[in-house]
Design a protein around this ligand. Structure first.
Ligand code: ADE
Ligand code: ZN
Length: 324
C-alpha cells in the first residue's frame, strides 16, 4: 500500500504556507534576521508541538511566523514546500497565505506575495508543479481589518485566485465576514472558508449560505447532521479534509475514529490535505499513509481522493482534463 500511495499523483487544496515552516528553517531565518525565538534547538521546537485544541496550536504558530521578514524568506519557505511536493508526487497545489500575520508586524503585503509568487513561478518552470494562491483573512481580527487586507490584494489579482477564512473558528462565525466576502466575490475572487473543524454543522450551513464558498475547509463536523451530509453529497460541495491536523488538534482522539472514509462512501467530494505539515507531523504522503493504516480504505478509494481534488480544484476545465 505504501508503494501505491507513494506513486499516486496528488493534488493539495488546503495548505497554509506559514504552516510549512520547519524548525530547521525557523532557526536559520532567526539567525539570518537576528530575531529571538524562545527555543535553543530545532528539537526543542518540535518538542513544544503538543497541542490540545486549535487555539493552543495557533498561539505557537503565529509566534513561529515572526522569523519571516524579507521577500527572500517567503521565497525560501515556499521553495522548501515545493521540493516536498516533488518528493510526494504532488502535481498541483492551492496554497493559503495569511497576509495579516505579516502586515501587522510591519512586513509589507508586497514582500509577502512577491516572495511566495516568485517561488511558485520557479516551481512551475523547474519542477512542473502548478499552483494557485488563496489569501486568507484571520477571523479573530475584525471585518474592517479584512476589508483593509482585501484592498491591498486588489493590485495583485493576477496572482490570487480566491479568498479564505482561517484562525479561531469558535466565537468568530461566518456572519462576521459576510460583507467582506460579498465584496471579494464582486471583485472576481472565488471564496473558501474553514468551517466545521471545531465548530458546528450550523457553522458549515452558514458558511455555504452567507459566504458563497466553492469549497469548505475541514467540514468534518457535517457528519453530525444527516441532512447536511445529503446536501453536501448532492451538490458535490468539496471538503478539504486534513487527517493528521485533525488528530494533532484533537478533533478526533485517534485516526481510527476519523470519518473521512465514511464521508467518501456517502458520496461527498472529500479530499486529503496536510494543512500545516511542519506542525502536524506530515506532508501529503504522510496523510495518505496515516489514513490507509488506520481505516479500511481500498486503493480505488485512495485514488478517488485525488480525482475529487482535481474536480474541486480552481484550475480551468481543460487543465482538469489534462490532469486525469
Ligand atoms: N490556520 C492554520 N491552520 C489552521 C487550521 N487548521 N484551522 C484554522 N486556522 C488555521
Ligand atoms: Zn487550515
Amino acid at each position: 500500500m505504501q508503494d501505491f500511495i507513494a506513486g499516486l499523483p496528488k493534488v493539495e487544496l488546503h495548505l497554509h504556507i506559514e504552516g510549512t515552516l520547519e524548525p530547521e528553517l525557523m532557526f536559520e531565518l532567526a539567525q539570518r534576521n537576528q530575531v529571538q525565538i524562545p527555543f535553543d534547538s530545532p528539537e526543542a521546537v518540535r518538542n513544544a508541538y503538543q497541542f490540545h485544541n486549535l487555539q493552543s496550536f495557533l498561539d505557537i504558530y503565529y509566534q513561529g511566523a515572526n522569523v519571516l521578514l524579507h521577500e527572500q524568506d517567503f521565497f525560501d519557505l515556499t521553495w522548501a514546500y515545493l521540493l516536498r511536493c516533488q518528493d510526494d508526487n504532488v502535481m498541483h497545489t492551492e496554497i493559503f497565505f495569511d497576509p495579516q500575520t505579516h502586515t501587522d508586524r510591519g512586513v509589507s503585503f508586497e514582500t509577502v506575495i512577491n516572495g511566495i509568487h516568485g517561488a511558485l513561478v520557479k516551481g512551475e518552470q523547474e519542477l512542473g508543479i502548478s499552483s494557485q494562491l488563496i489569501m486568507c483573512f484571520l477571523r479573530h481580527l475584525s471585518e474592517e481589518a479584512a476589508f483593509a487586507t482585501l484592498k491591498m490584494a486588489l493590485p495583485h489579482k493576477d496572482k490570487i485566485v480566491g479568498v479564505g477564512l482561517d484562525s479561531s473558528e469558535l466565537g468568530h462565525p461566518p456572519q462576521k465576514f459576510e460583507q467582506v466576502f460579498a465584496k471579494a466575490l464582486e471583485e472576481g475572487f472565488l471564496t473558501v472558508a474553514h468551517a466545521g473543524e471545531e465548530g458546528t454543522p450550523q457553522n458549515i450551513r452558514d458558511t455555504l449560505s452567507l459566504l458563497k464558498v466553492s469549497r469548505v475547509d475541514h467540514g468534518v463536523a457535517c457528519a453530525k447532521d444527516e441532512s447536511l451530509m445529503d446536501e453536501l453529497a448532492q451538490t458535490r460541495m468539496p471538503l478539504t479534509v486534513c487527517p493528521l491536523s485533525n488528530t494533532k488538534l484533537k478533533v478526533f482522539a485517534q485516526m481510527q475514529e476519523h470519518n473521512i472514509g465514511q464521508l467518501l462512501r456517502r458520496g461527498l467530494c472529500v479530499t486529503v490535505n496536510s494543512d500545516d505539515p511542519a506542525y502536524f507531523g506530515g506532508y501529503m504522503t504522510d496523510n495518505f499513509n496515516a489514513i490507509a493504516d488506520a481505516l479500511p480504505l481500498t486503493k480505488d478509494e485512495l485514488a478517488q481522493f485525488t480525482l475529487n481534488a482535481i474536480e474541486a480544484s480552481f484550475v480551468d476545465e481543460a487543465e482538469k482534463i489534462a490532469m486525469v
